[in-house]
Design a protein around this ligand. Sequence first.
Ligand SMILES: Nc1nc2c(c(=O)[nH]1)N[C@H]1C(S)=C(S)[C@@H](COP(=O)(O)OP(=O)(O)OC[C@H]3O[C@@H](n4cnc5c(=O)[nH]c(N)nc54)[C@H](O)[C@@H]3O)O[C@H]1N2
Ligand SMILES: Nc1nc2c(c(=O)[nH]1)N[C@H]1C(S)=C(S)[C@@H](COP(=O)(O)OP(=O)(O)OC[C@H]3O[C@@H](n4cnc5c(=O)[nH]c(N)nc54)[C@H](O)[C@@H]3O)O[C@H]1N2
Ligand SMILES: [Mo]
Length: 764
Amino acid sequence: MTTHLTHWGAFEADSDGERLTAVRPWRGDPEPMRLIENVASAQHHPTRVDQPYVRQGWLERGPGAAGRGTDPFVPVSWETMLDLLAGELGRVYREHGAEGVFGGSYGWASAGRFHHAQSQTHRFLNCLGGYVRHVNSYSLGVSQVLMPHVFGHLGFVIERATAKTVLARHTELVVAFGGLSPKNSAVSPGGVSRHNSRGWIGAARARGCRFVSISPLRDDIPAEAEAEWLAPRPGSDTALMLALAQVLDAEGLADKTFLDKYTVGYERFIGYVRGSTDGIVKSPEWAAALTGLPAERIRALAREMAAARTFVTVSWSLQRAQYGEQPLWLGVVLAAMLGQIGLPGGGFGHGYGSAASVGEPAREFSPPRLPQGVNGVDTFIPVARIADMLLNPGQSFEYNGQQLIYPDIRLVYWAGGNPFHHHQDLARLRAAFARPETVVVHDPFWSSTARHADFVLPATMTIERNDYGAGENDRVLFPMKAITRPHGSARDDYAIFGELAERLGVGKEFTEGRTADEWLRYLYEEWRQHQGGHDLPDFDTFWASEHIELPILDEDQILAADFRGDPDRFPLATPSGKIEIFSETIDSFGYADCPGHPTWLEPEEWLGAPAAAEFPLQLVANQPRAKLHSQLDVGAYSQSTKIAGREPVRLHPTDATARDLHDGDTVRIRSKRGSCLAGLTIDDAVRPGVAQLSTGAWYDPDPANPAFCRHGNPNVLTPDRPSSALSQGCTGQLSLVEIERYEGTAPALTVNQPPATIAAQHLP
Ligand SMILES: Nc1nc2c(c(=O)[nH]1)N[C@H]1C(S)=C(S)[C@@H](COP(=O)(O)OP(=O)(O)OC[C@H]3O[C@@H](n4cnc5c(=O)[nH]c(N)nc54)[C@H](O)[C@@H]3O)O[C@H]1N2
Ligand SMILES: Nc1nc2c(c(=O)[nH]1)N[C@H]1C(S)=C(S)[C@@H](COP(=O)(O)OP(=O)(O)OC[C@H]3O[C@@H](n4cnc5c(=O)[nH]c(N)nc54)[C@H](O)[C@@H]3O)O[C@H]1N2
Ligand SMILES: [Mo]
């Protein structure tokens, strides 16, 4: 048995050299995840890319977009592929410079420190002079911009505001906005060794801790929590939180000493809450009308929060929405009003259920990594502005107090991400992808993005190459040995870039003369030398071991404890050094969609909006339970959750009855942007008025209509609308839709097969 690591857990496997014959979760994992079942079953699926392909139209006519996404692909030899692609890269860098190349290549790729696809891509493009990059992520696009203004470093509230073990021992009340989703804690970037989420929740509950889960889905928190479920209208958390603040203020429950000593701007904020700026008191009665929750329950919750050691956590999903700054900022404000920031088990956290890594005790140092070199280009975009950039070269836009200009992109290079999974309004993205002259994709699978490329290069899966890996903030470093030979003629991203670099005259810079295995040894030994004080085994010993444990910092140390002890000596990394309840900086930008203190701004797409007359259901497009994003959607576990092959959409019984819909029906979901098919599941774990369709189904557009997906990808429905001018983050989580039964015979799926190919000798 060989041990191996994925983003969703470690496993042990046997193989016959070609495929995995037996797979079981790593013995060290207390809460293993079924997502592991997708790996072996997907490896040799027909949608694996078996060899290099070039789009027919590109091969015949050269650079240009006509036919992209619909043309058949022509299988070519590796030699032909590498010569053609090197030639095209050379041309674009010569004619347009590095400013003409978008190499952001956003996405999760796979676990493994050396073969990490983005790192490889960035290093390669840097050898050629650089690339236009992206900043921030789809995960935390708002938080990454807001938190430095409000609380200082984002890691403060993610990495270990308080460790889960500390919460389990000290917290009396957890108020979880967006829940503590057991499906999401399956995953962590780079891998998870031991899943601990149910463990800490169960331990806290056994000690008497109470959980309140505020979410449209009852199962956004594990059963172990025995939680109270409050389901406000999605997108209305800001109103609920303002009302909680109003009660704390009106009833003298706000900790004035804490607010005076550790925060700035409280007076301006609380004036707004009291109604002195707009004449509206943000009372529970006011919030009841917006959220649909009883005013008395809101009032009582505020009192309960003030009476207990309370931990306020806001999931990442709340900020993946229009005006996503507001609920996140208010989470910090509520915790400050309770005065428990920096106390064990109290204060504020961000995403304690959003990923396994959140709340794990921090590591002393990070595992080895591949140096990416220096990017010769300064131009960047906030990651979710990809379609805007491709559609509007030369146009200016606001971002975090700066005015930026979209570059004129000629070539797009993507390895390890799937924009036709992750971006919103896919029909618009498709139009944007029809702008560049050339699109290059490396992927192990015929991902939706590979199908929109000109050059498709087959990459290996992790089980087909040697690497090592440890997840974010995870204490276990695993050797990840190749378990099988590569599928077809797939190559490692490193090998592909090495060959291209050679042809482009930068081979030596890219490879430094090392093979992949030599890099593994070199990076490990370099890293080991730098951790001088620690007793780490040499490479050969590590490689022969099952895993090694990296040292962690003291679990009981609370990050904000220093700040609480002496805010002058240990200031936060904000302009004032304190928690900014009012931010002079943000205020000075003058953005109507993100004022200087948290404010209720009515979203364009929520159940209280005028648009709800036509589209009366709130779509929650959250993360999928049975896979990571779009990865291995063809795998056995993911497929076992489909309904007649389509992605399941969950609806409350009253909404199903009102539409005369039945369990298992094929339904059509419509929004202002487009429509998709899905399979219906009726479930009272969903708030009435809400439809839940997770992301991840591979985009299967109708050939005549790219805004219609036959498989159930919610991103044909979601708006490509920024969170605000401040952060320009992704808002894929929430949109308005309507659902109806699909009458007649539903069109067959095509995305579970490879795209059409045509042999070179048959080209006209
Ligand atoms: N509507 C809506 N949309 C969302 C979200 C939402 O909440 N709602 N969430 C967003 C979030 S938080 C995120 S992080 C994004 C995720 O978006 P992505 O990270 O882009 O999604 P993945 O499916 O993980 O894409 C990874 C791709 O890399 C490929 N890959 C894996 N390993 C390798 C490798 O070694 N080499 C190469 N070359 N390729 C490899 C996989 O096959 C896959 O195609 O989606 C976002 N989209
Ligand atoms: N199994 C699995 N786990 C994953 C991932 C995956 O693809 N699969 N992706 C990983 C990644 S990249 C990330 S960034 C994290 C994302 O972590 P999150 O962003 O926290 O995850 P989501 O599933 O998008 O949303 C969590 C829950 O928030 C609730 N919610 C949505 N809108 C609202 C609202 O307006 N108010 C309230 N109160 N609740 C709301 C939804 O019911 C949803 O189930 O997950 C990670 N974990
Ligand atoms: Mo994410």
